[in-house]
Ligand binder design. Sequence first.
Ligand SMILES: *[C@@H]1O[C@H](CO)[C@@H](O)[C@H](O)[C@H]1NC(C)=O
Ligand SMILES: *[C@@H]1O[C@H](CO)[C@@H](O)[C@H](O)[C@H]1NC(C)=O
Ligand SMILES: *[C@@H]1O[C@H](CO)[C@@H](O)[C@H](O)[C@H]1NC(C)=O
Ligand SMILES: *[C@@H]1O[C@H](CO)[C@@H](O)[C@H](O)[C@H]1NC(C)=O
Ligand SMILES: *[C@@H]1O[C@H](CO)[C@@H](O)[C@H](O)[C@H]1NC(C)=O
Ligand SMILES: *[C@H]1O[C@H](CO)[C@@H](O)[C@H](O)[C@H]1NC(C)=O
Length: 273
Amino acid sequence: MKKKILIFVFPLLWICLFLIIILCGNVTLFVLGDSYVDTGNTPRSASAAWKQPYGITFPGNPSGRFSDAHVLADYIASYLGIRSPTPYEQKKLEVAMTSRIDNVGINFAYGGTGVFQTLVDLPNMTTQIDFLQQLIDQTRTNLSSSIALVSLAGNDYATFLTKNGSFEQNLIGLNSKSAAAPVYIYLDLYTAFTSALKTENNSSGRNDESQLKPCCVGKNVEDCGLTDENGVKKYVVCENPKQSFFWDSLHPSNQGWGAIYKALIPSLKSLFL
Ligand SMILES: *[C@@H]1O[C@H](CO)[C@@H](O)[C@H](O)[C@H]1NC(C)=O
Ligand SMILES: *[C@@H]1O[C@H](CO)[C@@H](O)[C@H](O)[C@H]1NC(C)=O
Ligand SMILES: *[C@@H]1O[C@H](CO)[C@@H](O)[C@H](O)[C@H]1NC(C)=O
Ligand SMILES: *[C@@H]1O[C@H](CO)[C@@H](O)[C@H](O)[C@H]1NC(C)=O
Ligand SMILES: *[C@@H]1O[C@H](CO)[C@@H](O)[C@H](O)[C@H]1NC(C)=O
Ligand SMILES: *[C@H]1O[C@H](CO)[C@@H](O)[C@H](O)[C@H]1NC(C)=O
């Protein structure tokens, strides 16, 4: 049992090392990346996050988030005192028609994606940056008061490590077109993860590996949310998601994100002073 859980979780911890924040001001938030920050872009046909039991804690139904309630982007938005930016998929028609963006920003993140082509056929980082560039060009958004939150958790982290030039060049290319001076800051998600886990470990009173067990589990890693051809669930959900750090085998729960967010607050404070 122990071995199994470690196999699921520790690759995740090692893989999900950091977020990158480009800090230009404090008004508009653009979110790019993967399932850690996707708030509903990944299409229903391609995403377990639009199936029960995702969203079970909040809003009670699936919202396209890979969590029982909120994901990291929601927590960062709340830190900035704004509502979580609308997913691009829901916004793009409107954007195209009005040539305006609403003042909190847009979320361009798609679950399962990365800098390079991953297993899913969804907009990768380059494409997401192109969406953002297009939007900026169309709307003449003043970047001096905007923030981009970029989550590159694990979908191509290994590739990223060896071939990260392409990603950096994209960011540099994007920034060179904006008037504001670019500022790159690495938020250490790995340390926040481990620190949050330790704190949870102490307060949960469950000082063993059971705290690492995801709330929603099936026979296979990707089974949460899946049913067989007869509609029979291929997964089980724990009694109290609020006591789990992980929601499914790949993603923290709302509770887990809350703990990670708490651990990130000191770094966020130093970024936004
Ligand atoms: C990202 O996706 C685009 C469009 O599918 C593709 O042309 C491009 O090669 C991809 N980029 C990388 C680095 O894989
Ligand atoms: C963009 O915003 C900054 C700060 O709010 C302001 O100083 C600057 O004039 C604005 N630029 C444009 C083109 O509106
Ligand atoms: C990107 O990878 C190169 C080696 O391929 C390395 O020298 C560089 O430090 C890496 N940059 C970042 C930001 O990880
Ligand atoms: C957890 O508890 C141990 C002692 O029981 C303490 O030394 C440690 O600092 C605690 N860690 C956190 C993160 O609270
Ligand atoms: C949780 O606490 C137990 C006992 O104190 C320890 O063996 C285990 O490594 C801790 N787990 C984490 C993730 O810190
Ligand atoms: C954020 O906005 C507030 C008020 O709109 C302003 O006082 C503050 O200087 C801004 N912070 C940054 C980092 O631009």
